[in-house]
Design a binder for this molecule. Structure first.
Ligand code: C5P
Length: 404
């Protein structure tokens, strides 16, 4: 379950840190790649050399270390992670994470990462019971942070009560359950379903060597296609030119222009149960495409363009064999209003809106967040990597599709 999962073990300064060597060995035994991040206080309880030896990776402990930053910068490390496990998580580090403070490497990496976060609290029982700690934990839970532990029992200080860090094997089990649940999201829910999806940009030719296009990477559409394949669907992926690899088992139709994408979509959509329009289709195309390369002459040139057909609207307008139709909307303001307007105008069953004015979402990014609206409901899928978001969206589409 942990094979090739990238786990950051973030160690803060509590006596339970001595268990981290054992925890790292067990995580690695189960196939995980482990990188260790330590606070300065953690180093008083277990040495970086020990953690480097057991993790087989350099230990990161300083935000301002030029050599460490050159090797793997903190943002790169934050992106590398599939899971961040803070163990032991002291009262202090829990409070800082809750407040969004980034005053050391550990808290900075957490703030800079879209990876799921799990905290394994370890502290004196009275510190754990303190209202401030309980409020911090409750608030983090609301944000989707997993709290693993603490266990009850005798503490290093002699007190008895809640506040012991979970044993390494218990944490390994929870990590395995976490990845199994993420993996199972949507698994099998699309058995017997045919799904067609458009992805990537279109290219609108000016002449044999030039075209007008956009920056769409195809990452979101490909992630949805992969999630649909994993969920058991037969997937037709109609794709503009991109540099990423399609999921194995997807039936790919490669296209260049909006007209080609339109023809492929209108041919496959009536044979599909679900149609998802994720492509960034050019709204207009040049009226005249020169047969030969256009020569440089006048100081200015004018290109007259004509409107492309609206692929998703044409699919949604099918009177026979109409699939459940899902569109996307990239907005910079009034996201809900504009997205819902687009859903009504194009007669879609569902629309997925992303606010492209926010950082880390939309075109070319590895992460995205979506506000999804359908007739009679809505759900926010929070910022996460596009692969995880693809799975969550497939699960959501399926929950609504069944009710049509
Ligand atoms: O109207 P707008 O381009 O913002 O709508 C975006 C949605 O419509 C996306 O789902 C996109 O794939 C789809 N679309 C289309 N054909 C077009 C333009 C947009 O399918 N010509």
């Amino acid at each position: 379950m942990l094979t090739n999962q990238n786990i950051i073990l973030a160690i803060s300064g509590g006596i339970a840190a001595y268990k981290c060597a054992e925890l790292t060995r067990r995580l690695k035994e189960h196939g995980a790649n482990v990188r260790v991040v330590m606070t300065h206080a953690a180093k008083a309880f277990i040495t970086p050399l020990t953690m480097q030896a057991v993790s087989a990776n350099p230990v990161c402990d300083d935000l301002l270390d030029p050599a460490a930053e050159a090797a793997m910068g903190h943002i790169e490390l934050a992106k590398w992670a599939d899971l961040i496990l803070v163990a032991p998580a002291t009262a202090d580090v829990i409070a800082r994470i809750n407040a969004g403070i980034a005053n050391d490497l550990l808290t900075t990496v957490i703030l800079a990462s879209a990876a799921p976060l799990a905290l394994s609290p370890a502290m004196n029982q009275q510190m754990y019971r303190a209202q401030a700690t309980q409020d911090n934990i409750a608030n983090l839970t609301k944000r989707g942070v997993k709290i693993w532990g603490p266990a009850q029992g005798e503490q290093a200080c002699g007190d008895v009560g809640p506040g012991r860090m979970l044993e390494p094997m218990a944490l390994v089990e929870l990590a395995k359950q976490h990845f199994a649940a993420a993996d199972a999201l949507g698994k099998g829910v699309l058995d017997g379903i045919t799904l067609t999806i458009t992805a990537g940009p279109t290219r609108e030719a000016l002449d044999p060597v030039r075209f007008i296009s956009n920056h769409s990477s195809g990452k979101m559409g490909y992630a949805i296609a992969a999630a649909a394949v994993d969920a058991g669907a037969t997937v037709n992926l109609i794709s503009g030119k991109v540099t990423i690899q399609p999921p194995q088992k997807a039936l790919v139709t490669a296209v260049d222009s909006a007209l080609e994408m339109h023809a492929a979509a209108l041919s496959l959509a009536p044979k599909s149960d679900i149609f998802i329009a994720c492509a960034a289709v050019a709204d207009y195309r040049p009226i005249d495409v020169a047969d030969q390369k256009i020569k440089k002459s006048a100081d200015t040139m004018t290109i007259t363009m004509t409107k492309n057909p609206d692929i998703v609207a044409d699919v949604a307008a099918l009177t026979e064999d109409r699939p459940y139709t899902v569109g996307f909307a990239a907005e910079t303001q009034n996201v809900e209003k504009y997205a819902k307007g687009k859903m009504q105008r194009k007669k879609l069953d569902m629309i997925c809106a992303n606010d492209v004015s926010k950082g880390g979402q939309g075109f070319n990014a590895d992460t995205n967040a979506l506000s999804v609206f359908w007739q009679g409901g809505s759900e926010i899928l929070p910022l996460t990597d596009k692969k995880q978001l693809g799975k969550a969206l497939i699960a959501l589409i399926m929950s609504q599709f069944k009710r049509v």
